[in-house]
Design a protein. Sequence first.
Length: 298
Amino acid sequence: MKNKHLKALEDESIYIIREVAAQFQRPVLLFSGGKDSITMAHLAMKAFYPAKIPFPFLHIDTGHNFPETLEFRDHYLEELGVELFIGSVQESIDANRVQEETGKYASRNALQTTTLLDSISQYQFDACLGGARRDEEKSRAKERIFSVRDDFGQWDAKRQRPEPFLMLNGQIQFGENVRVFPISNWTEKDIWEYILQEQIPLPSLYFSHLRKLVKRDGSYLSYSPYLHLVDTDEILEKKVRFRTIGDMTCTAAVASDAISIEDVLAENASSKQSERGARIDDKRSEAALEERKRDGYF
């Protein structure tokens, strides 16, 4: 018997995804290969089954992604039969659209914004489905399900439209764009329980495995040629898993013995750190994520 709470969340998300397909000319699903975007892909599949998903997927590739994520992405999307577009941060750097960061904390995560906006313009997408949840970070609470961005791709909390009774208004002016968040009302716990219920496949990174790491400022980063190592860094091997799987240079691992979804749920329930607490780039300032959203971030 299916969980009634999860069924209500699923129904709401499917309704939103179908509204996007009905109201917009050129929607796209932003796919990172993480559990939230995988869940959205699964929901999109269910929304239109037995037909295929009627819009493409877009991955903004920093060039510093986990190899396991890219391998999973290609295999999973081939099974779904969807078209994949890739926006390359490396190409943005080569074209002098953005400048590579340097130093100990250098990361390409913030550079994704320009690549995303350029990809939206290049392929003329008018709505981008993203996997934001409101329990991730405090700025999420200011979002609407249909989050309008201006013709510069910028977000303004004061310009967002009311959505009483889930009435979604997709009317936009020429040049405007909408970010859509079908899993806005889900929590990390909901995502994991839904993945368990639906038996959705995930990258192996989400489960405990022995990995070569760099211990930096109390956090465990995956050892890679993309890290700028300093004398205070400690290189070691440890059994870890990842709660998020973004850019390798700023996504920290957590010590873990969890080898199943049930184990992950139990560990998360006892953890004192939030999911995004493992994202080094979010710690640059109190409003780091909100500032990036204003500039056009996901």
